[in-house]
Write a protein that binds this ligand. Structure first.
Ligand code: MG
Length: 343
């Protein structure tokens, strides 16, 4: 058999608004698209590296150079390939995700079935997805809420100075339920407890990663003293993190780019379920390749936050759509994206 061919393309995605969270701010997102080809069938993937996990576009390209000779000559032997890739590059989850997604897309296209069928997921059971509102002047955040249209749940980024002013400002323009994502921005437990208590009275229904990921004892004490569910994001990468998290959080945010792809995300979801944790399926800022791959897995999650493609001004692809907040999966083979490989 002939070798699997791997093409990769760095892309600079322009954002609709500058994207600010507690830890950083950006105007563009640099991702790497991957394309496998074997037997006349293609498979598309994407790496959306995050500096929080020590990756960027350059590290992804280096990792892909190492992965290429490990791919072998039969993409149908996906588990073997992913085992080799994982053993060689345990610390490069976004790069691994790009190969995992492309292999799943290839398998779906080769079999002529949508990815949700390969995953055994029911396309009628996709959860509602929230729409994320990055930190900005309150007036700009209010404008973003208006641009979010009929999104039934908003995920408000906080964790800098004026968290209460932000929530009060959002409440002046919408009465929809809010998730709040602190991105590790609060350092003081007592203040976290007090602010979460105040937020519960403001229609906030979930708080994500209030304290730094390493502070699990703090997370445990905060959770004991508040009524809102607390989700871990930065504190969880893979199944090995789960035993430490049980008791400190109510749920976890699973992202393909953090876990290392669909296979790794499914393993993480199983481990979370086993520990009694709820599962949100989240994302980075990604094109419709990465977001749609995750959307096919979303029927097995409790909550979804799959809006990364909607934050991009020039997404080269179309895939999953959102209708009244619900994810609609394409019926085409594989991930089912439309769009040209960027030249
Ligand atoms: Mg988060």
């Amino acid at each position: 058999m002939s070798r699997i061919l791997l093409d990769r393309r760095p892309v600079e995605l322009k954002l609709r608004h500058p994207w600010t969270i507690a830890r950083n701010s950006s105007r563009v997102k640099r991702n790497v698209l991957t394309r496998l080809e074997h037997g006349g069938v293609e498979g598309y993937g994407e790496a959306a590296p995050n500096p929080r996990y020590r990756e960027d576009a350059a590290s992804v390209l280096r990792a892909l150079d190492i992965m290429e000779p490990l791919l072998g000559d039969d993409p149908a032997r996906r588990d073997e390939i992913l085992d080799r890739v994982e053993a060689a590059l345990p610390g490069d989850p976004a790069a691994r995700a790009s190969i995992d997604i492309a292999l799943h897309d290839w398998a779906g296209r080769q079999a002529g079935v949508p990815l949700y069928r390969l995953l055994g997921a029911d396309p009628g059971k996709t959860p509602l997805t929230s729409m994320s509102i990055g930190i900005d002047d309150v007036a700009v955040m209010q404008q973003k809420v208006r641009e979010a249209g009929d999104a039934p749940i908003l995920k408000i980024k906080v964790g800098l100075k004026n968290d209460r002013e932000i929530i009060e400002g959002i409440r002046r323009v919408t009465d929809r339920p809010l998730y709040v994502d602190v991105n590790e921005g609060w350092k003081d437990e007592a203040q976290a407890v007090e602010t979460i208590g105040w937020m519960a009275g403001m229609g906030v229904v979930l708080v994500e990663q209030p304290l730094p990921a390493a502070d699990l004892e703090g997370a445990r004490r905060v959770r004991e003293r508040v009524d809102l569910p607390i989700f871990a994001d930065e504190a969880v990468l893979g199944p090995h993190d789960i035993p430490r998290l049980a008791g400190a959080f109510d749920g976890i945010n699973v992202k393909l780019q953090k876990a290392g792809g669909l296979r790794a995300a499914r393993r993480l979801i199983e481990a979370a379920r086993g520990a009694g944790l709820k599962v949100m399926l989240g994302c980075m800022i990604e094109t419709s390749i990465g977001i749609t791959a995750a959307a096919h897995l979303s029927p097995v999650a409790d909550l979804a936050d799959l809006d990364g493609n909607l934050l991009v001004a020039d997404d080269p692809f179309q895939g999953a759509r959102v209708c009244e907040g619900r994810l609609i999966l394409p019926d085409r083979p594989g991930i089912g994206i439309l769009g040209e490989w960027p030249s």
